[in-house]
Design a protein around this ligand. Sequence first.
Ligand SMILES: Cc1ncc(COP(=O)(O)O)c(C=O)c1O
Length: 388
Amino acid sequence: MAATSRARRTTKKPQDLLAQGVAAGNSEALVRRDLRDLAPYIPIDPPEVLSQETGLPPGRIIKLDGNENPYGPSPKARAALASLDSAHLYPDPEQRELRRALAGHLGVAAEHIVAGSGSDDLLDLLARLTLEPGEGVINCEPTFGMYRFVAELQGAQVTEVPRQADYEVDVEAVARAVNGRTKLLFLASPNNPTGNLLSQEQLKMLLGLGVLVVVDEAYVEFSGTPGFASLVPSQPNLAVLRTFSKWAGLAGLRVGYGIFSPAIAARLMQIKQPYNVNVAAQAAAIASLNDTQHLLRNVERLVRERERLYRGLGRLPFLEVLPSRANFVLCRLLRGRADQVYRRLRGRGIFVRYFDTPLLRQHLRISAGTRRQTDAVVAALEEIGREL
Ligand SMILES: Cc1ncc(COP(=O)(O)O)c(C=O)c1O
């Protein structure tokens, strides 16, 4: 009896340890243990930070690191933002007008559609909706870093199935990696950063695996293909994500959307933050859908510039450039070190994307921008290349 009560007195419950930790000023003790080693998503910096770093005025910064659209919002979207008179009111939590406009744009019923604060929001919501701790996600590296991040945030187990040497998805290896705990497969098409598309045959085989296949089409408007949104009504385990950030020039407003089975869409509507797409974003997105001619002309200009960038970089003997169906190209350095070239470009006010990961350590991803920006980055790389 005495021994038991002594044991009781000396065995600290986890809450006591937590309280002690917090009392000692260690608020880190409050953080979920499985998140303490979470690898962060590495985002890019805005122009004012880059301007401060380089000492150059923001107008002199050449920003080709975020696959943003240098032409910005369409005239109708700008007008909608300028005349916005509802900033003091909460937005429609059901996103009725935006979902209706998207339904018309896509030719898919509104019950399939959910909008988010960027497609990042929808990636996060999908992970929250489907993943229990320890459940499986398949990711095909090299690809967009957000997939691993949102999965790990839910405590899911991420299995990497590397792409083939030509960056095609290794469908057979994905099939082998699926097990009873696998819930989600994330695929970008065009893929970021490799720029290649998933084929309809590959998708069909992957849909047969019975997991939720999330095809992220952030760049589909630059690809010359219609993408897979129209397949969703007949494929309950397919989800397609899109965004206004790239083709419509609204990255800063954060508005994306997804096309899902009605059951998944209804659940996403249930768990999302009620006001996840703000009034400015909803107004600009709807206006963009009424100004597609203008926006698609800008898309064409960017596609032409992507091809100029591809040819310009391709002429430099120290680079191998990959063909791309998105608004960026990936190149591999055959000489020198990519991190050093990246820093030297940065020193000149030219910002491109460098990934410090095993598969991409010798690569740089460069966004398609204006003609002047393409000329500047190609000329700078030509000079830097001579010194390697
Ligand atoms: C493949 C891919 N998906 C999603 C996103 C995020 O898009 P959004 O701005 O809509 O969150 C990006 C952004 O670069 C991306 O490359």
